[in-house]
Design a binder for this molecule. Structure first.
Ligand SMILES: C[S@@+](CC[C@H](N)C(=O)[O-])C[C@H]1O[C@@H](n2cnc3c(N)ncnc32)[C@H](O)[C@@H]1O
Length: 95
């Protein structure tokens, strides 16, 4: 399984990952995507990406993650229902 993020500073140390998991730096909105990522995955999974969508245009993201699928592959996209968010008070010892 390959995990992607534009920010590789947040990747866990490889020693903490199963051998079958790798993390790679990628701007998923960059065009074109690296050729080695095109048509290679059975499943692509996107989670909590609504804040990354610009101008309510899902096409740049969708075209990228769909292009990474093998023919007949599946895209899974999860978002939370975020119309009501409680922001807890920031306590002084957390600042
Ligand atoms: C709200 S976080 C969700 C992280 C993770 N998917 C999850 O569910 O825990 C959004 C993530 O998108 C990453 N991101 C933002 N723009 C990106 C891009 N163009 N390509 C890849 N990752 C991006 C950010 O670095 C951030 O980690």
């Amino acid at each position: 399984m390959d995990g992607f993020n534009i920010n590789d500073a947040i990747f866990p140390e490889p020693a903490f990952l199963p051998k079958s998991v790798s993390m790679k730096k990628l701007d998923v909105l960059a065009k074109p995507l690296p050729q080695q990522l095109i048509g290679v995955y059975n499943i692509t999974h996107v989670r909590a990406f609504v804040s990354v969508i610009l101008s309510e245009n899902t096409t740049p993201l969708l075209s990228s993650v769909i292009s990474m699928l093998k023919p007949g592959g599946w895209l899974q996209w999860e978002e939370m229902k975020a119309d009501f968010i409680i922001l807890a008070e920031v306590r002084s010892q957390w600042k």
